[in-house]
Design a protein around this ligand. Structure first.
Ligand code: GAL
Length: 709
């Protein structure tokens, strides 16, 4: 239970920082100006690099920052792990070193992003208030050391965070060299769920607020099943596999994920409010998130000016495209995130950390292919990003990331291959600026293909918790569609439900399991107005709290899709079912919804084996001025899904391209940008009237080609 002292501390913190809440209201209007001031459109793109003055001999700072500036890097990034150096003892701040570092950066023309040091509370704080530390599911309390060890639900921790953030904001909030602030670093506990008493108490408050009465919670969680029925909220603990013999209650799990995301967002928003009440109106506020991490719902952190993400593509975890793909990364890794982060509050994004070369923490840690670091930066540019900040300038000599490359080799003098590539991009961007046409409009053939792809974390959490088959992968399902759209050279926006669907001629909602009638009504209105909607398997199975409907399976989408029945089937691994579409056979393996269409609904594809051979696997119906297509199976290779999308776009009269997987083609600010993540040299179809500004029609692995028409 949240004790009185914590509640009191919480109220005090809220009162101390109250003016911030009011100020947050004016935030939205100024965000655009702040971002534009730091990253003017005519400069196209900025490069930055992390530097840790507290980790290096003071006599080297000037040499290092001077070198950074000479490479064409525009800004540096300080302090996210430096709480112990900034406040060596409670209430005794030491800003001398940071003052000096900021001034040095400024003297070489480097702008500065300052970061709040909340991921690393110092030892004196953990010692004085051990109750701020998180607790694992197995009951083991996390001790001081490393990072991300304090609980967002601890009012005491928030109070201390409020004080250090205020002190930093008061000191640097007017400093013209400081362009903006990052809150925390990759907020999240790196996969650990916090089961501390602070979190347990906050979870109960969250539930009380959501359900109002214990009866309502019992009903929503289906507590009558196995006598889970609670008498009051104080009896509830966060669902925890270590505390129960069976899998925890799925509705409690969904609520816990929502709670974790809301705690994290409120922690980020709290810091944003503190900063905003002290800093100049000119400075912006962001945070950096790990994309599609189960702890985060970025739509909730809405007190920021914009959101950034961090990405490491070559870590041995993923195969990439072709034999050398492990040195290049998967194209969707940056591509999906670019298309998603552009659509979070603020409407723009940057990449706060990007791999500079070999890392130390992968499954194995290969060298990236020469050119890959450069290609990744160009990919962020191609997605419309404002900047890339590489992690990090110098390779650490000690500590957890000894084997992690930086822009410089361990001698602190010689450029690493990644450093050389950053320098190259800086020069290339400078050159490209000369060709910028600020009035360039998106080419009509691309606008006609613009596709919204809906991805919401509640669906993600729910399906990952109840997969029904180990072959089900929620993100991979959506990214398979994303990859197909990129092969077709469609501009894609990965959106949430707050988006205006009418911006998109095509709208995909892959595996949209949780919905309500309001969303189905919006989809219906979108389609009647001329939009083409694509749904895929698992859609519409449950209500927002994860309950099945007291109707036929997925009944709320029947009318929209023109179907009247549905069941699902799953297969063993390495056993494939078949589907026939336009006379061609396709394989499926992961999931199949088997559909009964209504009269008038077209059947584009049918299952051709199993006991339901002849039943519909893909349906299509026209409704109003638009159409609804239901792709009811999930394949491994995406061939079926690709054939359906190609037919849909063709029937809608929209021409698409056929790029090989791994070749990405984007357009921004008048420039076409092509990248090659595949292991082979590829040929690009560049119109004869185009002006090629970088690279050429033959694009090697890790290559970049830019042209203009
Ligand atoms: C990031 C993290 C950085 C650093 C980096 C190493 O995820 O935010 O602080 O640890 O990984 O690759």
């Amino acid at each position: 239970m949240r004790n009185k002292v914590s509640i009191c501390a919480c109220l005090c913190a809220a009162l101390i920082f109250y003016p911030a809440f009011a100020l947050a209201q004016s935030r939205a209007g100024n965000s655009g100006n702040r971002i534009e001031n730091s990253f003017p459109e005519e400069e196209l793109f900025s490069l930055g690099s992390y530097y840790y003055p507290e980790q290096w001999d003071e006599s080297q700072w000037e040499r290092d920052l001077k070198k950074m500036a000479s490479m064409g890097i525009a800004f540096t990034h300080f302090a996210e792990f430096a709480w112990a150096a900034l406040e060596p003892e409670e209430g005794r701040y030491d800003f001398r070193w940071l003052d000096k570092a900021v001034a040095l950066a400024d003297s070489y023309g480097l702008k500065v992003i300052l970061c709040t040091p909340s991921p690393c509370p110092p030892v004196w704080l953990s010692e004085k208030h051990p109750e701020i530390l998180i607790r694992r599911d197995n009951g083991v309390g996390i001790r001081h050391s490393r990072r991300q060890h304090a609980s967002w639900s601890s009012a005491c921790y928030r109070e201390y965070v409020g004080k250090i953030v205020t002190a930093l904001a008061e000191r640097y909030g007017d400093n013209p060299a400081v362009i903006g602030w990052q809150i925390d670093n990759e907020p999240g506990h790196y996969g650990v769920v916090d089961y501390s008493e602070n979190a347990q108490a906050a979870f109960r408050l969250f539930l009380k607020e959501k359900y109002g009465s214990i009866e309502a919670l019992n009903k929503s969680w289906g507590c009558a099943f196995w006598s889970e029925t609670y008498q009051n909220f104080d009896q509830i603990r966060m669902p925890n596999q270590q505390e129960v013999p069976e899998k925890p209650n799925p509705h409690a799990m969904l609520d816990m994920y929502r709670f974790n995301a809301s705690e994290l967002a409120s922690f980020v928003n709290f810091q944003a409010d503190v900063l905003r009440s002290h800093i100049s109106d000119r400075q912006w506020i962001t945070t950096n998130l790990i994309p599609v991490s189960s702890a985060v719902d970025p739509f909730l952190a809405d007190h920021l000016d914009f959101t950034t993400y961090t990405r490491y593509l070559v870590t041995g975890h993923r195969d990439g495209v072709g034999e050398q793909g492990f040195r290049l990364g998967d194209p969707e890794y940056l591509g999906f995130s670019n298309d998603q982060f552009r659509n979070f509050p603020g409407g723009t994004y940057g990449v706060m950390e990007l791999q500079p070369g070999q890392v130390n923490w992968g499954t194995f840690n290969p060298q990236p292919m020469p050119g890959a670091v450069r290609m990744w930066v160009w990919h962020v540019f191609a997605g419309g990003g404002r900047f890339v900040c590489n992690y990090r300038f110098r390779q650490p000599l000690r500590g957890s990331e000894q084997y992690h490359y930086g822009m410089l080799m361990p001698d602190g003098l010689t450029l690493s291959p990644g450093g050389e590539e950053y320098m190259q991009v800086a020069k290339e961007m400078k050159e490209l600026r000369k060709s910028l046409d600020r009035d360039a409009a998106e080419p009509a053939e691309r606008a006609a293909r613009r596709t919204g792809l809906m991805y919401e974390m509640s669906n993600h959490w729910e399906m990952e918790n109840q997969k029904q088959t180990p072959q089900w992968k929620t993100l991979a399902h959506a990214q398979k569609y994303h990859n197909i759209l990129k092969k077709m050279s469609c501009p894609v926006d990965v959106i949430g439900e707050n988006a205006d669907f009418s911006r998109f001629p095509f709208l995909l909602a892959p595996a949209y399991q949780l919905l309500d009638s309001a969303l189905v009504d919006r989809w219906t209105e979108y389609v009647r107005g001329g939009g083409h909607l694509v749904l895929s398997c698992r859609s519409g199975q449950k209500d927002r709290n994860g309950a099945l409907w007291q109707e036929l399976p997925s009944a709320p989408i029947y009318e929209l899709c023109g179907i009247k029945g549905l069941f699902y089937d799953l297969l063993p691994q390495n056993y494939y079912g078949t589907i026939t579409l336009d006379g061609k056979e396709y394989k499926w393996n992961n999931w199949a919804d088997v559909l009964t269409p209504c009269r008038g609904t077209e059947v584009w594809a049918s299952y051709s084996d199993q006991f339901y051979a002849g039943k519909a696997a893909v349906t299509h119906r026209r409704l109003g001025k638009g159409s609804v297509t239901f792709v009811a199976a999930d394949s491994d290779d995406g061939a079926l899904e690709e054939a359906v999308l190609r037919r849909l776009y063709a029937e809608a009269g929209v021409e698409v391209e056929n790029l090989p997987y791994g070749v990405i083609k984007e357009w921004r600010d008048g420039f076409y940008i092509a990248l090659n993540y595949s292991s082979q040299t590829q040929s690009l179809d560049i119109p004869s009237d185009a002006e090629v500004l970088l690279g050429g029609a033959e694009i090697a692995p890790a290559g970049v080609t830019v042209w203009k028409r």
